[in-house]
Design a binder for this molecule. Structure first.
Ligand code: AMP
Length: 219
């Protein structure tokens, strides 16, 4: 099963993608995580995209298309994948169609996480992650039980994404409207698009995703 998750930054795509990965045994392919790993490693790709990411701009289509094409050719994608953050423009969606067709594959589900944009900035700028185990928190809605200590692993160091600052979030939302929102009619016209309320609690959104995908394969 191959799935695309769509929606603006902060809609909960990453959270739902991880739940789908665990429940259905698919691989989560987060284009943002791949690019952040490239930046952290200092590779030529990372050096090329770092400033664009820090400014909240999309990286060029050709760069991201090559990266995703290489990634979905790897053996772990054979049993299916969840694309989280790709495609983010109509040319990317068209390139995805071509790369899947070449492999005799198709998209089984395109799920939009619909959100109230006024609430997004608060949602994004408040989020932070345990530096050791990756558990996700939010200053207001999901603080750690003991201040400064991770609930899951007890570590005391946390990270925030460099592009989660309010000014950058505004640029990321502008990029979403200009380049990514036009993908919705592209998939809707094919009858492939389903919508889930991304403002709902995580487990309510997960239940809506389950309705679309059918029962999980992994317990
Ligand atoms: P994300 O983690 O999905 O919010 O992505 C973080 C940043 O990575 C974005 O603001 C873009 O700069 C870049 N990025 C991720 N995916 C794409 C994509 N499909 N197309 C262009 N830029 C992307």
């Amino acid at each position: 099963m191959n799935i695309v998750l769509l929606g603006p930054p902060g809609a909960g795509k990453g959270t739902q993608a991880r739940l789908i990965q665990d429940g259905w045994g698919l691989v989560q392919l987060s284009s943002g995580d791949m690019l952040r790993a490239a930046v952290a490693s200092g590779s030529p790709l990372g050096q090329r995209v770092r400033q664009m990411m820090e400014a909240g701009q999309l990286v060029p289509d050709d760069v991201i298309i090559v990266m995703i094409k290489e990634r979905i050719a790897r053996p772990d994608c054979k049993s299916g994948f969840i694309l989280d953050g790709f495609p983010r423009s109509v040319p990317q969606a068209e390139a995805l169609d071509r790369m899947l067709a070449e492999k005799g594959l198709k998209l089984d589900h395109v799920i939009e996480m619909a959100v109230d944009e006024a609430a997004l900035i608060d949602r994004i700028t408040g989020r932070f992650t345990c530096a050791k185990c990756g558990a996700g928190y939010h200053d207001r809605t999901k603080p750690t039980k003991i201040p400064g200590i991770c609930d899951v692993c007890g570590a005391g160091e946390f990270t925030r994404r460099a592009d989660d600052k309010p000014e950058t979030v505004k640029a990321r939302l502008a990029a979403y409207h200009a380049r990514t929102a036009p993908i919705l009619p592209y998939y809707r016209a094919r009858g492939a698009l389903k919508s889930v309320d991304g403002m709902a609690d995580i487990d309510v959104a997960a239940a809506a995703v389950r309705e679309i995908l059918g029962p999980p394969k992994v317990s």
